[in-house]
Design a protein around this ligand. Structure first.
Ligand code: NAP
Length: 254
């Protein structure tokens, strides 16, 4: 168990990659604060974490219904986390994300701003609140894992808002890594390709089939295959890795 006595705040924890990561971290002994805008989904994940945890008496699982785009809600949540858990915070996974796909000429200002607010500003707000907490607690083995996307590197039709937000996440990750290394906090980003979650469930099946044809490994991934990499980056096994990105794409757009 690589995360004993660690506390992780995981946003987007109610679904897909975030939920899988919560369960894998629980399996590795971590306590988990499951954060999601969907209250019942976050609660359900906290219950699933209890089932995944090999020593339920030694870890805690709580859920928080919060939009990561709302700074007051994020700061209040972080205070609540501090009060509810016995372990100090040392892991943050910024997984909350949305898509609002449209061709450039059809995309509204609202579509653009919504995606930037959740994917980019949300990552900033949660990381900032968490880092203040970790610094106050004297954390020496902190790890932030941001979820970007292969769309940041490659671009993707219909996703000028999304790919820009995820490109911003990569640049921010590198700056966080520079600023936080001397404070004992590492920061990395992952770039998933196509992962089987409710988010890709919105992609028409004929388009998904065409994408799968382009993936050298020949299939899309399960969310657990992403959660395992995030868990590695969060753990002390990755103690010399900071400021980098890892593509989890089955070889797509390498
Ligand atoms: P998902 O299944 O839709 O999960 C995302 C979760 O985030 C949902 O529970 C969603 O709630 C929640 N959320 C949305 N807006 C939020 C907000 N403002 N505050 C807090 N939570 C919010 O998606 P996923 O596929 O697991 O994606 C997880 C992350 O991986 C995202 O950042 C996504 O961009 C990234 N990613 C995914 C893929 C992929 O192929 N799936 C590829 C590359 C990158 P609602 O369902 O209520 O909106």
């Amino acid at each position: 168990m690589s995360l004993i006595r660690r506390l992780a705040v995981i946003t987007g924890g109610g679904s897909g990659i975030g939920r899988a990561t919560c369960q894998i971290m629980a399996r590795e002994g971590a306590s988990v604060a499951v954060v999601d805008v969907d209250e019942s989904a976050a609660k359900e994940t906290a219950e699933l974490c209890k089932q995944s945890c090999p020593k339920p008496d030694e870890a805690q699982f709580h859920s928080y219904s919060v939009s990561v785009a709302n700074s007051k809600a994020v700061n209040d949540m972080m205070k609540e986390v501090k009060g509810q858990f016995s372990q100090p915070l040392s892991i943050v996974v910024n997984g909350a994300g949305i898509i609002r796909d449209k061709m450039l000429w059809k995309m509204t200002e609202e579509h653009f701003e919504e995606v930037i607010d959740v994917n980019l500003k949300g990552t900033f707000l949660v990381s900032q609140a968490a880092v203040k907490q970790m610094m106050q607690d004297g954390c020496k083995n902190g790890s932030i894992v941001n979820i970007s996307s292969i769309s940041a590197k490659h671009g993707n039709i219909g996703q000028s808002n999304y790919s820009a937000s995820k490109g911003g996440v990569i640049s921010m990750t590198k700056t966080f890594a520079l600023e936080l290394a001397s404070h004992g906090i590492r920061c990395n980003a992952i770039l998933p390709g196509f992962i089987k979650t409710p988010m890709t469930g919105k992609v028409p099946s004929e388009i998904l089939d065409k994408i799968i044809e382009m993936v050298p490994i020949g299939r899309i991934a399960n969310p657990e295959e992403v959660g395992e990499v995030i868990t590695f980056l969060a753990s002390d096994k990755a103690s010399y890795i900071t400021g980098t990105t890892i593509e989890i794409t089955g070889g797509l757009w390498m």
